[in-house]
Design a protein around this ligand. Structure first.
Ligand SMILES: Cc1ncc(COP(=O)(O)O)c(C=O)c1O
Length: 353
């Protein structure tokens, strides 16, 4: 997607006094994207994923809107920082080995009430207890379900390796173990289908690949919907679940369509990085861009920009590279931006998480 020239002119005017490198967020586009996420969530609350936004003021902006509720955070230190800043519903969506952080959490009733940590292994209970240093607060716990799609009797696995807990029985057994342990309470379940939410199903110039992704995702959605609902049923027999979280920007519609789901996570859909150019289900407005200074013109139609920009946290390679959005036809080569832009080259990140 090429940024409209009117937008580029607006960004140039707004930042004329600044030297690149610089990054901007177009608040008009951000708000439009937020409204579209709320529409897609069809009445279920959106938990905003902080690692995709990485800006507290913008987390606050999203949470002021009807339809957003709570934060999905990335580290324990960040969760405590957010809780101290007044956020009161924080789901730490990744296991942590931060012993000092657990000691703080267990010692402070306000922090312990605001932050829910993610556990999926009995060893993590020992780690938390070993870190308590006398802190007796009850730790709120979210369990994670492995969402990967298994094919050919498990010989092929599609999806990130996250939780070791895959079956309703395994989740229920782990929930009972946590409940029996003094000082812990299971309050939620999270199941993030990254192979659906984070993989575009309409890749320009790749119809066959797009079709294969669509078939895989249909299969994954159906398999997960059933397993997620059975898991929630099994868990509700042993614990009181406050929430069942799933999905991400790319899967909002299909995730919220499941009865078992009480909330959906989304973050990068507020910025709409390049990844989301390849989705059939929605179109957003690029809201996060950065500019690198153009320092050389080694040849006709070729410029060199200084610095690497905003690489994606994905596997390194061409797909993680940001893409210039200056003009139609503008692209990066291995080391140069091919463009007529000057004195700076605007680009969009590939992903923001
Ligand atoms: C657990 C979890 N849920 C949801 C998301 C989706 O985030 P986004 O909407 O930014 O794609 C992520 C992204 O990495 C995640 O790790």
């Amino acid at each position: 997607m090429v940024t409209l020239s009117a937008d580029r002119a607006r960004y140039d005017r707004a930042t004329a006094h600044l030297d690149a490198p610089l990054a901007i967020v177009d608040l008009e586009a951000f708000d439009a994207n937020a409204a579209d996420l709320v529409r897609r969530a069809a009445g279920k609350p959106i938990r905003v994923a902080s690692k995709s936004v990485r800006c507290r003021a913008l987390l606050e902006r999203a949470l002021r809107l009807d339809g957003f509720q709570g934060i999905m955070s990335f580290t324990l230190a960040e969760s405590l920082w957010l809780a101290r800043a007044g956020f009161d519903d924080i789901l730490l969506a990744y296991p942590s080995a931060d012993r000092a952080g657990y000691a703080e959490l267990a010692a402070d009733p306000k922090l312990a009430a605001a932050v829910t940590v993610l556990l999926d292994d009995p060893a993590q209970l020992d780690l938390v207890d070993g870190a308590r240093a006398g802190g007796g607060e009850e730790i709120r716990v979210c369990l994670e379900l492995d969402t990967a799609l298994h094919l050919l009797g498990g010989r092929v696995r599609i999806g990130a390796r996250r939780s070791p807990l895959r079956t309703p029985d395994a989740l229920a057994a782990f929930a009972e173990l946590v409940q029996r342990r003094p000082g812990f309470r299971v309050v939620g379940l999270m199941a993030y289908e990254g192979h659906v939410a984070g993989v575009g199903d309409s890749i320009p110039g790749r119809p066959l690949r797009s079709r294969m992704i669509q078939v895989m995702q249909n299969r994954a959605r159906a398999e997960l919907a059933q397993r997620r609902s059975e898991t929630v049923r099994a868990l509700r027999r042993v614990v009181d679940l406050e929430f069942v979280n799933g999905g991400g920007t790319g899967s909002v519609e299909s995730t919220v369509a499941e009865d078992a789901i009480t909330e959906v996570a989304a973050g990068s859909g507020l910025y709409v990085p390049r990844l989301f150019d390849n989705y059939r289900s929605f179109q957003g407005r690029p809201a996060a861009l950065f500019a690198q200074p153009v320092v050389r013109r080694p040849g006709v139609g070729v410029v060199a920009v200084l610095g690497g920009g905003y690489p994606a946290s994905a596997r390194p390679g061409p797909t993680a590279r940001p893409s210039p959005t200056c003009r139609r036809g503008c692209a990066t080569t291995r080391r140069r931006a091919r463009a007529r832009c000057r004195p700076r080259c605007w680009a969009r990140p590939r992903t923001t998480c």
